[in-house]
Design a protein around this ligand. Structure first.
Ligand SMILES: NC(=O)c1ccc[n+]([C@@H]2O[C@H](COP(=O)([O-])OP(=O)(O)OC[C@H]3O[C@@H](n4cnc5c(N)ncnc54)[C@H](O)[C@@H]3O)[C@@H](O)[C@H]2O)c1
Length: 332
């Protein structure tokens, strides 16, 4: 396959990022079709694209031989059914985070894609973000010595547009609170950079009574390799955290992602000015993700973010919720 004709399924907030990213890939892919349970939203997004058509149902999308792939951008509880149907229809799939609300659903989605021989790409832009890739290279090259810990902070206020989507604040539909919806982005970084997690503890709380689930969580993790990690995940803060939000500690040095010096900075006593900027610009992580997806589908490159990555992210989130509920450590 040389050119990918893509259908957007779910035309809400995040679909705009998908449209923007595909507009940068016009030589090899195009969103040709939009579907939303609310036809006005699909029509609005089709208008943004220009010549995309509006489909009347998911079934119509999946029966269309001129659709090669689907982007699943619907509420969390709808991911599994749509992904399985798309796989059975022979369409490649990019599915927004979280992959699903349960591990059983994830297993069925992964199996359906495998059986159909289609790509299932877990849409987590942090997974392929250039700073994460570069941080892994620096760690593998021994530049921080032995890793002792990782620390992530995802703290901001989600209001306005996001507050209008009621499903997000119903744990029965969203699968949980902010850890499931937002914190999961940093669970991916913890796993991608820190490696497999062996056990977690977790506390959750809520400052905004209008929300159904927790809006603030602290997850502590013990990694298989022996180091420790922590995530502070909250959308009860009045502003985005303006400094580094991911730090990797080592016996010889420290890596900071974000913050005042650049996208990725190595801090060591033996460096001039005690630091070296390894990556200045953060880059467009969403566009990078869509590019990597197209490399996989069109060029046969190894899938850097298969369904199994989403399953593992979800496994840690669910273990953290279980730990919070039981009030004790949960082993994975
Ligand atoms: N940074 C990120 O990667 C990021 C950011 C925001 C959201 N997301 C993820 O994207 C997905 C969508 O989130 P959102 O913020 O766009 O939500 P949203 O509520 O703005 O959009 C969801 C859309 O799905 C539509 N929809 C509902 N039921 C449907 C159905 N049965 N068939 C087709 N369409 C249906 C809704 O009408 C709505 O337009 C979620 O999985 C979310 O976690 C990812």
């Amino acid at each position: 396959m040389k050119f990918l004709r893509v259908a957007l399924v779910g035309c809400g907030l995040i679909s705009q990022q998908h449209i923007r990213a595909y507009q940068q890939q016009e030589h090899r892919a195009r969103i040709t079709c939009c579907f939303d349970i609310d036809p006005a939203k699909a029509a609005q997004r089709a208008g943004m694209i220009g010549d995309a058509r509006v489909a009347a149902s998911l079934d119509e999308v999946l029966r269309d031989p001129e659709v090669d792939a689907v982007e699943i951008c619907t509420p969390h509880h709808l991911h599994a059914e749509a992904v399985i149907a798309a796989a059975r229809a022979g369409k490649h799939i990019l599915c927004q985070k979280p992959l699903a609300n349960t591990l059983e659903e994830c297993d069925a989605m992964i199996a359906a894609a495998h059986e159909a021989g289609v790509v299932l790409y877990y849409s987590e832009m942090n997974h392929t973000t250039p700073a994460a890739q570069e941080a892994k290279r620096a760690i593998e090259a021994g530049r921080i010595g032995r890793m002792s810990g990782v620390q992530a902070t995802y703290s901001h206020w989600q209001g306005g547009e996001i507050l209008s989507t009621a499903w997000r604040y119903d744990p029965a539909l969203a699968g949980g609170g902010h850890l499931m919806d937002g914190g999961i982005h940093y669970i991916d970084l913890l796993l991608n950079i820190g490696g497999p997690i062996e056990a977690v503890t977790c506390f959750t709380t809520r400052f905004r009574p209008e929300l159904g689930g927790e809006d603030t969580a602290v997850v502590n993790a013990r990694f298989t390799a022996g180091h420790l990690g922590t995530l502070f995940s909250s959308h009860a803060a009045g502003i985005w955290l303006p400094q580094s939000n991911f730090v990797v500690f080592g016996t010889e040095g420290v890596l900071t992602l974000g913050g005042p010096h650049g996208a990725l900075t190595l801090h060591r006593k033996d460096l001039p000015e005690r630091r070296e900027v390894l990556l200045q610009e953060r880059g467009d992580s969403f566009a990078t993700m869509i590019g990597r997806y197209l490399d996989t589908v069109l060029d046969g490159a190894p899938n850097p973010s298969p369904g199994e990555v989403g399953r593992e992210n979800l496994r840690v989130v669910l273990a953290a919720y279980e730990a919070a509920r039981l009030g004790r450590e949960v082993r994975l």
